[in-house]
Ligand binder design. Structure first.
Ligand SMILES: [Zn+2]
Length: 280
């Protein structure tokens, strides 16, 4: 179901394609603005707005990208002429199959890229940490895979249990988490460039803090600018907040619901990572 990215009203489609080079964006009947100005924009423009978590770009990617553009009668006839004739029923069935398959392939491709990027950033942060138990890139890759699968599993179960967004598919929930994690990855990459050794130093500081029994001393060292664990803060706090924001845009629920969903994802992820650390 396509929606207007400004007022979220459901619309039949947000644009009409008249030829390969001519796509016209429709006006929203509710707010009288262009339903989706992101139609036809390059991926780099979408990425720029995705990093700063603009709700409009998330709505475009989650609702309108797959089936928000209608084909004009003339364009459809030209396309059918190119692809050969077939009956209406088989054409509709194959279009539905293609839409589902392309959605799954897009999800798998995006998830693979983000898991590899996440593992790479964590690996670079720990390169200067000789005490870290994980040394191979593939250890980080495996951990990132388990982390992502457990997090998505926990979030999807929580969304279904809370009956939030019953018309939303599982693929859309996973895509919302993946799209909103670009902000977290961008900040982690900036940390790699600014201070590649921050992960190792901060981890030692965290272990030292855990040894302190005095609460005041613990708080003092936790807030020390030289010892603050920036990668952990970005990964956990910023990652959780951005995923919560992405899910709020998708599900259109109150903040408390998205907070509960994110907490369920955190709990599942922490449990899975604890099990993995027992074996690595
Ligand atoms: Zn509108």
């Amino acid at each position: 179901m396509a929606i207007c990215i400004h007022c979220q009203s459901p619309v039949s489609y947000v644009a009409t394609k008249y030829s390969l080079a001519d796509t016209r964006i429709e006006l929203c009947p509710n707010c009288r603005k262009l339903s989706d100005p992101y139609i036809g924009k390059r991926n780099i423009s979408l990425l720029k707005d995705l990093v700063v978590l603009k709700p409009g770009v998330l709505r475009h990617l989650l609702f309108n990208r797959a089936d928000g553009v209608a084909l004009s009668e003339r364009f459809r006839l030209v396309s059918n002429g190119r692809n050969g004739r077939s009956n209406n029923h088989s054409r509709a069935a194959s279009a539905s199959f293609r839409s589902n398959t392309s959605g799954t392939i897009h999800l798998a491709r995006l998830a693979s890229i983000l898991i590899v990027a996440d593992a790479f950033v964590q690996w670079v942060h720990c390169l200067h940490d000789s005490h870290h138990s994980l040394t191979s890139f593939f250890d980080f890759l495996f951990t990132a895979l388990v982390d992502a699968v457990a997090y998505h599993f926990g979030v999807i179960i929580a969304v279904r249990a809370l009956k939030a967004g019953s018309h939303i598919s599982t693929t859309q929930i996973s895509l919302a988490i993946l799209y909103s994690s670009f902000a977290k990855l961008f900040l982690l990459l900036l940390l790699v460039i600014a201070d590649p050794s921050s992960g190792g130093h901060a981890r030692h500081a965290r272990q030292a803090r855990q040894a302190h029994t005095n609460l005041l001393q613990h708080l003092y060292t936790a807030l020390d600018d030289n010892q603050i664990d920036r990668p952990w803060i970005v990964n956990t706090i910023v990652g959780g907040m951005s995923a919560g924001f992405g899910l709020r845009v998708l599900l259109n629920t109150p903040p408390i619901t998205s907070t509960l969903v994110i907490l369920a994802g955190w709990a599942t992820r922490s449990l899975a990572l604890h099990v993995v650390q027992l074996y690595l």
